[in-house]
Design a protein around this ligand. Structure first.
Ligand code: ADP
Ligand code: MG
Length: 394
């Protein structure tokens, strides 16, 4: 039998039986293209950049690699050393990675989230028994500095959303984290894009980074996502303009068919107000932003993962990396400042090749121009609709 990429299963890769079975139990049978290309190298210890667009299954590449590390038994089995650190740019992504590992994990593997907004003392206790530490750079750096997290046992360091983690905002923390790491460790970077600064970083901190890139020849826009936009008249008073958008949203929502919907806006205060209005109209809606307490942030995401809520109103805190597999509609109340974030927003609909819709509400003038720029830059196919049209969205 000749094995083609189509009929390869996880069993054909050099993965332990234990992990294969856990993968099967959680419904993962066939590796996705990026998994198929990256796993064989990751599993033999090569330093990798894993680049593929959003929703293609990068999390499993580094999670499976980590699980295989945990299975290597140490001479001194009385202690449970932390062997893997995974870094993510937001607390929400860190928590999501932990959930993924927990669903495929073996009972012996202990994985925990280490993020800001929680008690350091609890972290210290958790670190006494933890194979895989997943967290945000600030907290992980702090734990290394306090020596709550021992660096000498680390064998694998993962940077998810590496293009974000390696930009200026996190630079000092990342440099500091690497300064604690032993020389002999594997580094995996997962990223949807391939900016030049990743190469510079790899020259400094990685051993001959191999790039596994799956790049579609056409635009990075996600094939299964229908993108619509709707224009409203411009008004110089911003709050008035936003109110017009909200009123439009409220008129449109009853016509839209979706399982779960994410509504983005640049401003926290506005998102929270939109959430309250939707709730008062009976929509099961939740809201998150970085200014909420960690408990409320965690609860908002949990309500979405568990389908207790149908609508999430949010800021760009959750425009990247978040995998809500029932989200099939994304609404943008405004345009994000950088163009790439538009792609990340709409990418929340249509994970792993699923179909979805996005609707962007823009006003005549500057916003309209900005949307045109995004459309041209990424060669997107956006369809204009108007309210009267009684459009039939998916
Ligand atoms: P990325 O990090 O590349 O944006 P994720 O790792 O979050 O994407 O995966 C996106 C979705 O695809 C998740 O819901 C995940 O469960 C699903 N998925 C990943 N790999 C597989 C697979 N081999 N078979 C089926 N579903 C998969
Ligand atoms: Mg991801």
């Amino acid at each position: 039998d000749v094995k083609t990429d189509e009929n390869v299963t996880f069993e054909d890769l050099a993965i332990s039986e234990l992990t294969i079975n856990s993968l099967k139990n959680s419904g993962f049978i066939k590796p996705s293209p990026i998994q198929l290309q990256a796993l064989p190298l990751a599993l033999v210890g090569v330093d990798l950049l894993i680049q593929a667009k959003s929703g293609t299954g990068k999390t499993l590449v580094f999670s499976i690699t980590a699980l295989e590390f945990v299975q290597i038994v140490d001479e001194d089995s009385t202690v449970i050393p932390t062997k893997v650190i995974m870094l993510a740019p937001t607390r929400e992504i860190a928590q999501q990675i932990v959930q993924v590992i927990k669903t495929i994990k073996q009972p012996e593997c202990i994985v925990h989230t280490f993020i800001g907004g929680t008690a350091l003392k609890d972290d210290q206790n958790h670190l006494k028994k933890c194979h895989i530490a997943v967290g945000t750079p600030g907290r992980i750096e702090e734990l290394l500095r306090l020596k709550y997290l021992r660096a000498d046992t680390i064998r694998l360091l993962v940077l998810d959303e590496a293009d974000v983690l390696l930009c200026k905002e996190f630079q000092d923390q990342i440099n500091s984290i690497f300064s604690y790491m032993p020389l002999n460790k594997q580094v995996l970077l997962a990223s949807a894009t391939y900016p030049e600064y990743i190469v510079r970083f790899s020259e400094r901190y990685m051993r001959d980074m191999t790039c596994i890139r799956i790049i579609d020849s056409d635009s990075p826009s996600l094939i299964g996502i229908q993108q619509y936009f709707i224009l409203i008249p411009y008004h110089p008073i911003e709050s008035y303009l936003f109110e017009q958008k909200v009123l439009l949203l409220l008129r449109l929502l009853p016509q839209l068919k979706f399982r779960q919907c994410v509504i983005f806006s640049n401003l926290r205060m506005r998102s929270s107000a939109v959430c309250e209005r939707l709730k008062s109209l009976g929509y099961e809606t939740t809201y998150t932003s970085s200014s909420l307490t960690q408990n409320r942030r965690t609860k908002a995401m949990r309500d979405m993962y568990k389908h207790k809520c149908q609508i999430l109103v949010t800021t760009d805190l959750t425009s990247r990396g978040i995998d809500l597999d029932n989200v099939d509609f994304v609404i943008s109340m405004d345009l994000p400042n950088d163009h790439e974030t538009y792609l990340h927003r709409i990418g929340r609909a249509g994970r792993f090749g699923a179909y979805g819709c996005s609707l962007t509400i823009v006003s005549h003038g500057d916003e309209q121009k900005q949307l045109e720029n995004i459309q041209n830059e990424y060669k997107l196919n956006l369809i204009e609709i108007d309210e009267q049209q009684k459009f039939q969205l998916l």
